[in-house]
Design a protein around this ligand. Structure first.
Ligand code: TRP
Length: 446
């Protein structure tokens, strides 16, 4: 791989690229259902605290490693470790990240496929006049049809890997520029509509009035995992993007801006979705189908509902697309770093992710009761263990590397905030982020 990579066109382009990675299914699909299963407001509060205390500082650590190394994750870690007089074995962290995103992308692609199906269905007007019960039953029937799930999974993965094969920077910039404001606007509209429903008051108190009685070690672990997942931190995927970061940009500002955007997208989606949940007397703990059932109901009440629903699924699809491209990048970069051609690396990654994804697709029918570990089927496993355990573990090691192993001057330069900003960041990472992640991981595992 060449030593000087291409750069993002501008500071704004870098922020948009990272936002594109961050905003995706995590905000609109995963946040509501995981919050729903973990008690609502207390989960939200803990997750926001983790974004501030762990997510943002570790995101900075991850990006600065990429920026200082200016290479793919494994090579960057290896070079920086050797420069710092530390062991080259740090490079295996890059491989662990690649393995983590491999698991994540396999189910991410299947669920993104659901958006394709729903986009087509909403364009066809399939939801027109359908009742909540009919929409719910339709979703169940869809999940029970593995052929359809696999078709959409294949289509989505193909879309993703084509962009990855071409190299990330160019196409992504333009897409993100357009997509983010549109998606945000539509979510605002939906949240505005939510204020007019009967469920709005209940949704607000459910989301914002915590009852700490329900907080267990497992709720805290899920909240931490979700903070990493939604920010795209902990798998060296942002490290890969940091390698293309412009020299003069301030990293903390960028990380903070992305995190705020990311949280607000989740909140808007949460308000819209839970208002419908409560207005319709549904169960917030309904699991992965929550968004796919509530939003068609919400839109069907709006004037021009079918049109807005199609627009929504289109934007969601584009948002998950930019996230999936980010998920694929560290794997492709790793194989490329081993000397493989980009086209071959992309093909191998695509095929492997596709195969693992098949197991997730079958987890809603044929393989629903095949539960290899912890009583969970494959979909439940890959959508919980890598986000909740692997990402925090990867993030922990990334933080240790940036805050304890890398030499001071190098970090000061890569952070781009001067001495005092550096000291503040380092103290937070050393004495808050690292111990906190460690304790929550340990507590959750025991
Ligand atoms: N953050 C994305 C979402 O919320 C998912 C994602 C993209 C991700 N890139 C990642 C998660 C890297 C972990 C690591 O949908």
């Amino acid at each position: 791989m060449s030593e000087t990579l291409e750069r993002w066109g501008s500071k704004r382009a870098f922020i948009l690229a990272v936002t594109g990675a961050a905003v995706g299914l995590g905000n609109i699909w995963r946040f509501p259902y995981v919050a729903g299963e973990n008690g609502g407001a207390a989960f939200l509060l803990i997750y926001v605290a983790f974004v501030l205390l762990l997510g943002i500082p570790v995101m900075m650590a991850e990006i600065l490693i990429g920026r200082a190394g200016r290479r793919g994750p494994m090579q960057a870690l290896s070079k920086l470790a050797v420069d710092a007089g530390a062991s080259r074995h740090w490079r295996w962290l890059g491989l662990f990240g690649a393995f983590t995103v491999f698991c994540i992308l396999s189910f991410y692609s299947v669920v993104s496929g659901w958006s394709i199906e729903f986009l087509v269905a909403s364009i066809n007007g399939d939801f027109d006049g359908a009742s909540a019960a009919e929409i719910g039953a339709g979703f169940e029937a869809f999940l029970a049809n593995p052929g359809l799930l696999i078709f959409n999974h294949s289509l989505f993965l193909f879309m993703t890997m084509t962009v990855v094969a071409a190299g990330v920077a160019k196409g992504l910039e333009r897409l993100n520029n357009l997509l983010m404001p549109l998606l945000y606007g539509l979510l605002l509209l939906l949240a505005g509509y939510a204020t007019t429903t009967d469920g709005f008051g209940t949704a607000l108190s459910w989301l914002f009035l915590p009852s700490f009685g329900d907080v267990t070690a497992s709720v805290v672990l899920h909240a931490m995992g979700h903070a990493f997942f939604t920010l795209a931190v902990g798998a060296c995927a942002l490290m890969a993007y940091g390698a293309y970061m412009p020299d003069e940009q301030s990293l903390p500002k960028a990380a903070f801006a992305v995190a705020m955007l990311d949280i607000s997208v989740a909140l808007l989606a949460g308000i819209a979705i839970f208002s419908v949940v409560f207005a319709q007397g549904m169960d917030p703990a309904d699991g992965p189908g929550l968004m796919f059932v509530t939003l068609p109901i919400a839109f069907s009440e709006l004037p021009w509902g079918a049109f807005w629903l199609s627009v929504f699924f289109l934007l969601l699809l584009l948002a998950t697309w930019t996230s999936a491209i980010n998920l694929a990048e560290p794997m492709v970069a790793t194989l490329q770093g081993l000397g493989w051609r980009r086209s071959v690396s992309t093909a191998v990654v695509a095929l492997s992710v596709w195969l693992l994804g098949l197991l997730s697709a079958f987890s809603f029918s044929t393989l629903a009761d095949v539960r290899p570990l912890f009583g969970r089927n494959v979909f439940e496993l890959v959508s919980s263990i890598p986000p909740d355990i692997f990402l925090p573990l990867g993030g922990l090691l990334i933080a240790v590397f940036a805050a304890w192993v890398m030499p001071r001057e190098q970090v000061v330069q890569a952070l781009g905030v001067g001495e005092s900003g550096y000291v503040l960041w380092r103290n937070i990472v050393r004495w808050v982020s690292i111990p906190l992640t460690f304790i929550v991981l340990l507590g959750g595992l025991l």
